[in-house]
Design a protein around this ligand. Structure first.
Ligand SMILES: [Zn+2]
Length: 212
């Protein structure tokens, strides 16, 4: 009789157990599908800024990914994000690191700087293209700190206007799809930071009583 009661309790608990098991299965499937191995950890992204000093107003003129090529009009892959800022704007290091490479690419980046960064033990690379002629002020192997000047914005190489082609790569500095990352999240964080920074100046001036 006692055994029967135990079996009855066990069976009555079963639907609850099934529901709990299904819940955990769904949870496992969801978490495994959302952890995209090609994504950069959010914490690591926070280390990077847009390649401009605070106070510079810039706009995104072309996002990362598939787009119509501005020269040919054909669908092509854009390896970085295009950021436009006024002529003469300084391009600065997005994060602290070492100058990996500087050079010139006629049909590509024009005058460029590539930096190497180590975040959470992982190598990241940022690239800055289309800088003005003779404006690059860093050299290979040099240690740079976040915000340090690299050069001046321009339109050297394959560019239709004054902008910086800003790239993020990890863990290797290549144009392979496995290394290229979308810098959009860096820009989103950066704009949030800048807006926060600017907030006091754009607040409406409080009025105190009667003014003349
Ligand atoms: Zn570009």
């Amino acid at each position: 009789m006692q055994d029967m009661k135990k079996i009855y309790i066990f069976l009555s608990c079963c639907p609850v157990l099934v529901v709990v098991l299904v819940f955990f299965l769904i949870l496992m499937v969801c978490s495994s599908s959302s952890s995209d191995s090609s994504a950069v950890p959010v914490g690591d992204i926070m280390e990077f800024n847009a390649p401009f000093k605070m106070g510079v107003n810039y706009t995104i003129t072309s996002p990362y990914g598939s787009r119509k090529d501005p020269f040919t009009g054909e669908e092509s892959f854009h390896s970085g994000i295009d950021l436009a800022a006024p002529v003469g704007t300084e391009i600065v290091a997005s994060a602290s690191g070492t100058v990996y490479k500087t050079g010139y690419e006629e049909n590509g980046l024009g005058n460029y700087v590539k930096l190497e960064h180590t975040v959470s033990g992982i190598k990241y690379y940022t690239a800055y293209g289309h800088m003005s002629d003779n404006s690059i002020v860093v050299s290979e192997g040099q240690i740079v700190t976040q915000g340090q000047k690299l050069g001046i914005i321009g339109m050297s190489g394959r560019a239709t206007g004054v902008h910086v082609h800003f790239m993020l790569m990890t863990p290797n500095c290549t144009y392979n799809s496995s290394d290229l990352k979308d810098p959009q999240m860096i820009i989103d964080n950066d704009l949030a930071r800048r807006n926060k920074y600017k907030l006091p100046t754009i607040q409406p001036r409080p009025t105190y009583g009667v003014t003349k």
